[in-house]
Design a protein around this ligand. Structure first.
Ligand SMILES: N[C@@H](CCC(=O)N[C@@H](CS)C(=O)NCC(=O)O)C(=O)O
Length: 222
């Protein structure tokens, strides 16, 4: 029996935040209805006492599922998938976040890697090129970030198989959602020089076909 009665989901967070986007994409892949509430940056909210009760970090996203509140984007994605598996073990959720220990660990490593390794590397590139006016850009920091991030995407390209369409096999998993959300930023920024990564490009093209990607990830970077 589920330990928690599912309710209509509320997702707090502005739609241009990569960490919010991952959660929106995930919820849509799972077919979960939700309401999104703008919060963060120009929308404020995150410093109000009411929001800090929900999320003491003052960051987005935050999920509300009835009286259950959760923050950390990857924890939210895992929870949504597990919630789906609890309801129907044969449903789409079991493909997104496979149950077998080895398969789940393969997915989990990419979730950790995106937050611990990829995100810190690409932050200066994204913020510098997308959220900073040209005259204020730190070009050295942007170049260093582009170089280190290119090396990380080279790891992904090397990992992707010739035979399998997605990062961890035949199905889209949470790993593709996490990586694909950052790949959108990589491909959306004009760079003078970037590594030639054909497997990654083919994988990314497959993600671009998905309606949930088109809805939440494809919109212009802001
Ligand atoms: N590790 C956290 C990071 C959360 C985070 O830093 N979110 C950013 C947006 S991507 C944020 O809240 N920025 C401040 C704001 O939007 O006001 C997660 O994955 O949820």
């Amino acid at each position: 029996m589920p330990s928690h009665k599912p309710a209509r989901l509320k997702i707090w967070g502005r739609a241009n935040s990569v960490n919010v986007q991952k959660v929106l994409w995930c919820a849509r892949e799972l077919g979960l209805p939700f309401e999104r509430i703008d919060a963060g940056m120009q929308y404020g909210q995150v410093d109000t006492p009411a929001y800090r009760i929900l999320n003491p970090n003052g960051r987005v996203p935050t999920l509300q599922d009835g009286d259950f509140v959760l923050w950390e984007s990857n924890a939210i994605m895992r929870y949504l998938a597990l919630r789906g598996i609890e309801t129907d073990p044969r449903a789409a959720a079991a493909l997104l976040y496979p149950e077998a220990a080895v398969e789940r660990a393969r997915v989990d490593r990419w979730l950790d890697w995106t937050l611990s390794t990829l995100q810190p590397s690409e932050r200066d590139l994204f913020w510098g090129m997308v959220r900073t006016p040209p005259e204020k850009r730190n070009t050295d920091a942007i170049a260093a970030s582009a170089e280190s991030t290119g090396k990380l995407w080279t790891i992904v390209d090397g990992y992707l198989s010739h035979d399998l369409p997605f990062v961890e096999g035949p199905n889209v998993t949470l790993a593709d959602i996490a990586l694909g959300s950052y790949a959108r930023r990589w491909y959306g920024i004009d760079l003078p020089d970037r590594p030639h990564l054909p497997r990654m490009a083919a994988w990314y093209a497959r993600l671009e076909e998905r309606p949930a990607f088109q809805e939440f990830i494809a919109p212009p970077l802001t």
